[in-house]
Design a protein around this ligand. Structure first.
Ligand SMILES: C[S@@+](CC[C@H](N)C(=O)[O-])C[C@H]1O[C@@H](n2cnc3c(N)ncnc32)[C@H](O)[C@@H]1O
Length: 258
C-alpha cells in the first residue's frame, strides 16, 4: 500500500508492521519519513477495520506505563473497544497501558489455571489478565492497579464481560494493598516487566507451598531473566513473550518459592 505514496528509497526505511487496537491503527514512523506521515496514515485507513490512525510518540513513561500518541488520520479519538480471545476491553490509549501483542501470552496463562483457584493479579491495568481468566474458569481473583483511569476502565470492562462476581478490584499501590489482604493465593501474576522482581518480597508474603508465580521481566536472555530472581525458587518455565528493544526481550518466568 505504501508503494503508492513512498519512493523506493523511503520504502526501505518504512515500518513493515503496525498494531491494531480496536479500530485504531498505531504506527511508529522514523524521523526521515515524518514529512510523509499524513500520507502513510491515509493509506492505513484503507483497511476496513481501521477508523483512526495514531503515531507513537516518545517512550512509555512513569509508573502508569503510558505514552503519547499523535493523531494522524480518520476519526479524531483515542478511545476504542478491543476484542481479544472472546473478551472486549474498552480503553483510552493515552491514559492507560495496553498491549494487543500479549493476547497469546494471556492465553498461555489462563490455560494453566484450574477451577477454584484463588488468584492475585498485581499491576492489573484495564484488566485483561483477570478478565480472560474469569471468563474461562471458576475462580476468585484479587486485582490491584494504581492508575485511577485504568481502574475506571477495568471496572467497566468487568461489567462488559460479565465477570463482576469473580473479580475484586483494588485501586492503589501493591505495596500498601498486598500486606493488608492477609490471605494466601494459589497463583500470582506480576505483569510489570520493568521492575516486577523488586516486588518479590510482597509476592512471598501472600504465597504458600505450591503457589505459582508468573513474573514478567525485561532481560537479554532467558538465563539473565532467571538470574534476576534473587530468591530461592523452583523454576517451572521461562518463555519469551515480546520484545522491548533490539537486545532486550520480555520474558515470563513461572516459578514456586522453595
Ligand atoms: C505493564 S502495565 C500492565 C497492565 C496490564 N496487566 C496489561 O497487561 O495490560 C503495568 C501496570 O501496573 C501499574 N502499576 C505500576 N506500579 C504499580 C504499583 N506500585 N501498584 C499497583 N499498580 C502499579 C501501572 O499503572 C500499569 O497499569
Amino acid at each position: 500500500m505504501l508503494e503508492k505514496v513512498l519512493t523506493e528509497e523511503e520504502l526501505k526505511i518504512a515500518p513493515s508492521s503496525f498494531d491494531v487496537i480496536g479500530d485504531i491503527g498505531v504506527i511508529k514512523i522514523p524521523d526521515e519519513l515524518k514529512k510523509k506521515e499524513k500520507k502513510i496514515g491515509e493509506q492505513l485507513l484503507k483497511f476496513k477495520n481501521i477508523k483512526t490512525v495514531l503515531v507513537k510518540e516518545g517512550k512509555v513513561r512513569n509508573e502508569f506505563r503510558v505514552r503519547k500518541y499523535k493523531f494522524l488520520a480518520g476519526e479524531r479519538k483515542k478511545e476504542t473497544l478491543h476484542p481479544e480471545y472472546g473478551c472486549r476491553y474498552k480503553l483510552n490509549l493515552e491514559k492507560v497501558y495496553f498491549s494487543p501483542r500479549l493476547g497469546s501470552e494471556r492465553e498461555r496463562i489462563w490455560g494453566q489455571v484450574k477451577n477454584d483457584e484463588k488468584i492475585l493479579v498485581m499491576f492489573a491495568g484495564i484488566g485483561p489478565y483477570p478478565i480472560q481468566i474469569a471468563k474461562n474458569k471458576d475462580v476468585i481473583i484479587y486485582a490491584i492497579e494504581i492508575n485511577p483511569k485504568a481502574v475506571k476502565y477495568f471496572k467497566e470492562n468487568v461489567k462488559l464481560n460479565k465477570v463482576t462476581d469473580k473479580i475484586k478490584i483494588f485501586e492503589g499501590d501493591v505495596r500498601e494493598i498486598v500486606p493488608k489482604l492477609k490471605m494466601k493465593f494459589d497463583r500470582i501474576i506480576m505483569p510489570l516487566p520493568k521492575e516486577a522482581e523488586t516486588f518479590l518480597g510482597l509476592a512471598k508474603l501472600v504465597s504458600k507451598r505450591n503457589t505459582i508465580i508468573h513474573l514478567y521481566i525485561f532481560a537479554n536472555s532467558k538465563k539473565e531473566a532467571i538470574k534476576k530472581i534473587d530468591e530461592k525458587v523452583k523454576i517451572l518455565n521461562c518463555v519469551e513473550c515480546g520484545t522491548y528493544s533490539k537486545e532486550i526481550s520480555r520474558y515470563c518466568v513461572d516459578f514456586e518459592f522453595k
